[in-house]
Write a protein that binds this ligand. Sequence first.
Ligand code: NAD
Length: 285
Amino acid sequence: MQHITVLGTGVLGSQIAFQTAFHGFDVVAYDIDDTALDAARARFAKLAETYRSLGIDGGAEGGADAALERISYSHVLAEAVADADLVIEAVPEAPAIKQAVYEELGRVAPARTIFATNSSTLLPSTLAPFTGRPEQFLALHFANEIWAHNTAEIMGTPDTDPAVYRAVVEFASQIGMVPIEIKKEKAGYLLNSLLVPFLQAAAELLVDGIAEPEAIDQTWRIGTGAPAGPFQIYDIVGLTTAYNISMMGDEKQRAFAALLKERYIDQGKLGVATGEGFYTYPAKD
Ligand code: NAD
């Protein structure tokens, strides 16, 4: 694989495109119009700055400036994928948008092109029928702040060709990811399958009045050696996201959502992003 197209250049798409270009691949960044592509340029410039300031080594591939040179831009799908070996889709998490994108993509992409979705919540088998090539389709799931949290969870459907799966595992390591091979479809992949129940257990301890967040976090840190406890993780995830997810849960989780809203969200305390949540943080730019 040498030519990679990324569909959607928002939070994750821009990171995937930049990381891929940084590791020497030619990347086409595709988004809906020129305004979105201008926003993409700004995101790439910011990512280049981040990589430089962290001293991330570009090795033989030449670093952040060379990465920017390897990215081209298009808002015409057929053009964007004309030469693609692999298309990574990171359009909004809305089934209707994804369906429309795959239906068009299946029509215009070369027969050899592999498609991968970065969807966090949709199982790839729900999207596979729209691709027109289920054997060349799978999930390749990245985490936010890809340069630091460099896992790539790779999850096929029962129809994914094992050779395609292997090729994507290989690609993931070539762009500096730790490939995480998932053998069967699982909502939440590995990380959220572990994290969500853990965070919910912490929420339950709080709403039941068993202990305060500081005590719960301290226990987890000291007892396991982990760097952060569950309420520190809630602050990183963001309390609005935590609220939205908890509202969909059982009675205890909804009680936690109410607590989040009343004590934090209504006061503008949304976690690390706003400088205050369960804890206070230095300002972030
Ligand atoms: P985002 O809203 O930041 O970006 C979406 C981008 O897609 C925007 O640039 C938008 O202009 C573009 N877009 C909209 N319609 C389009 C279309 N029809 N064709 C092409 N592009 C289109 O979203 P995001 O947070 O980057 O999420 C994208 C995907 O990545 C989702 O599937 C999400 O589940 C997944 N994901 C997100 C995160 C995260 O932390 N944000 C982490 C892992 C996976």
